[in-house]
Design a protein around this ligand. Structure first.
Ligand code: NOJ
Length: 543
């Protein structure tokens, strides 16, 4: 099989609003990303994925798109986007943009036209508008809480039809059985391909097709819980909830494959290697459907967002994740965090322990075959920021009446330099859109750049070194259930200790060269006898 750039890339997720403010208005922007490309290059990044920067009222932080072929003035202009793509390519960094084809914003001209027209009109048929009297058409629940249907007022002021929104009511779902919708998305793909992007991250890739009979779901709340990171404790109940997704009313439907077949034709018709990665939350045995020569090129692997700090579970997770895409000859992908999940340091316990484990988990993931997706700030070892309820922005918080705090803690502007907020993120005196904690002075890019043992140093070592690894994963019996050991080709061995005590390394690893250590970063000759708890190490066996 030929090797494509995305097979084993290190992709950095830029969440533009919180990355870097290049124009002094306290909001991150495209000029800000442009100015930090050298930083990303030196980190060892092969590609960036830009979360949405399109015109949007920001009811869901840009995933409510009013014009998928534009740039919101808060992020800059189309020429800023072109300049960013060009500069990234000069540095040999690929550029992926996020597309959000499941829904649009209520401020998209199509939705305004739908509200201004009559039931059954061409304008309404771009969405899922249903007559249903005083009750919603079915029992579907929004992924953000509450019913998945909202009733509108017709032009004459009377209560009228209901429209479907699998997410916030500000994000009406598109009707993908309408050829006009499908054609418009091809125009959008072409627009960005013509602008030179190398790939797309497809938001809710498992969601575009719907059961057009709008039948009730057997367990609508269970379906929404199947995608809640905070509820996935690795239990059999959590695993069986995942199965509710399979070919359900609005997720993972077979009709999706025809949509992606047409997308693939467009992508393949462009010069260069263009790709699409699906954000498709499907059970492992369905993953292969989304990655084939007639579908998408890649699917996100989300297992490391939830994997327990337990060597046996980790090994099992890795085995299953690789197998789920291997059946179709695809490479797996790995992610420790993203803008929807708790930051990995926090998820693994917070504080020193959470940080040690997050660093060790990074070494486990970075040495695996496939692509690694790194969410901005992960390379600094940032924890979730504490956010007061009065500062929260996430619609999840509001739609669940505060019972689910939402994702804001992982979306706080990055700390670049200095001793206090805004830590070099902006020159503006205005507050940042989410407040930064007062104790991040040691976690800024400039503080960590000077620290050989910092998380930033660890990531820049591991992301550069991983490019040299090849071959399949083979597990080695460690003799301790708390220790997982695997190898790649060229004598590369990775060991992680998830237990409470030190692990006495087997003879062949005591003699091996230590390439990288999650605790000390740089290899130190006197530490090769034991592997401490919450630590991972990369070895090279002499040949
Ligand atoms: C997945 C995105 O990652 C998330 O941030 C967003 O809220 C939903 N899709 C809806 O677009």
């Amino acid at each position: 099989m030929s090797t494509k750039w995305w097979h084993e890339a290190a992709v950095y997720q830029v969440y533009p609003r919180s990355f870097f403010d290049g124009n002094g208005d306290a909001l991150g922007d495209l000029v800000g990303v442009h100015s930090k490309l050298h930083y990303l290059k030196s980190l060892g990044i092969n590609a960036i994925w830009l979360s949405p920067f399109y015109p949007s009222p920001q009811h869901d932080s840009g995933y409510d798109v009013a014009d998928p072929r534009g740039v919101d003035p808060m992020y800059g202009t189309l020429s800023d986007a072109h300049a960013l793509i060009e500069k990234a390519h000069e540095l040999d960094i690929k550029v992926m943009v996020d597309v959000v084809p499941n829904h649009v914003s209520i401020e998209h001209p199509w939705f305004a036209a739908a509200l201004a027209s009559r039931p059954g009109s061409v304008e309404r048929r771009r969405f899922h508008f249903v007559d249903s009297g005083d009750e919603p058409p079915n029992n579907w629940v929004s992924m953000f809480g509450g019913p998945a249907w909202t009733r509108i007022r017709e032009v004459d002021g009377s209560l009228g039809q209901w429209y479907l929104h699998v997410f916030d009511s500000s994000q009406p779902d598109l009707n993908w059985t309408n050829p006009e919708v499908a054609a418009d998305w091809i125009t959008t793909l072409r627009f960005w391909l013509d602008a030179g992007v190398d790939g797309f991250r497809v938001d809710v890739a498992h969601g575009l097709a719907k059961d057009m009979t709008y039948s009730d779901l057997p367990d609508p709340v269970g379906l929404t819980q199947a995608l809640r990171f905070d509820l996935d404790d690795g239990s059999p109940e959590a695993a069986s909830r995942r199965l509710l997704i399979e070919n359900s009313g609005f997720f993972d439907r077979d009709e999706l494959q025809e949509i992606y077949r047409t997308w693939r034709e467009v992508l393949d018709s462009y010069p260069g290697d263009r790709m699409a990665v699906g954000e498709a939350w499907v059970p492992a045995h369905r993953a292969g459907r989304y990655v084939s020569p007639t579908s998408l090129h890649q699917i996100f692997g989300f297992d490391f967002l939830v994997v327990a700090w337990n060597a046996e579970i980790m090994q099992d997770t890795i085995t299953r994740a690789i197998a789920s895409v291997e059946v179709v000859g695809a490479f797996p992908t790995w992610a420790l965090s993203n803008h929807d999940s708790p930051r990995v340091v926090t998820r693994l316990g917070g504080g020193e322990k959470g940080l040690a484990r997050a660093r060790a988990l990074a070494l486990v993931a970075h040495a695996l075959p496939g692509s690694i997706y790194v969410y901005q700030g992960e390379e600094l070892g940032l924890p979730d920021a504490p956010i007061a309820d009065s500062d929260r922005q996430d619609p999840v918080f509001f739609r669940t009446a505060g019972s689910h705090k939402g994702r804001d803690g992982a979306r706080v502007p990055l700390p670049w330099s200095g001793k206090q907020a805004p830590y070099g993120f902006t020159d503006s005196m205005n507050p940042t859109w989410l407040p930064q904690p007062s104790d991040w002075a040691e976690l800024t890019v400039s503080a960590e750049q000077d620290q050989p043992r910092s998380t930033l140093s660890l990531y820049s070592h591991s992301l550069q070194l991983r490019a040299q690894f090849s071959g399949a994963v083979g597990f080695i019996e460690s003799g301790d259930p708390a220790v997982m050991i695997y190898h790649r080709d060229e004598g590369i061995v990775i060991a992680v200790n998830t237990g409470a005590g030190e692990y006495l390394l087997p003879e062949f690893l005591r003699a091996a060269e230590v390439l990288l250590d999650s605790e000390s970063v740089e290899a130190s000759g006197d530490k090769t006898e034991v592997l401490p708890p919450d630590c991972a190490r990369w070895f090279r066996i002499p040949t």
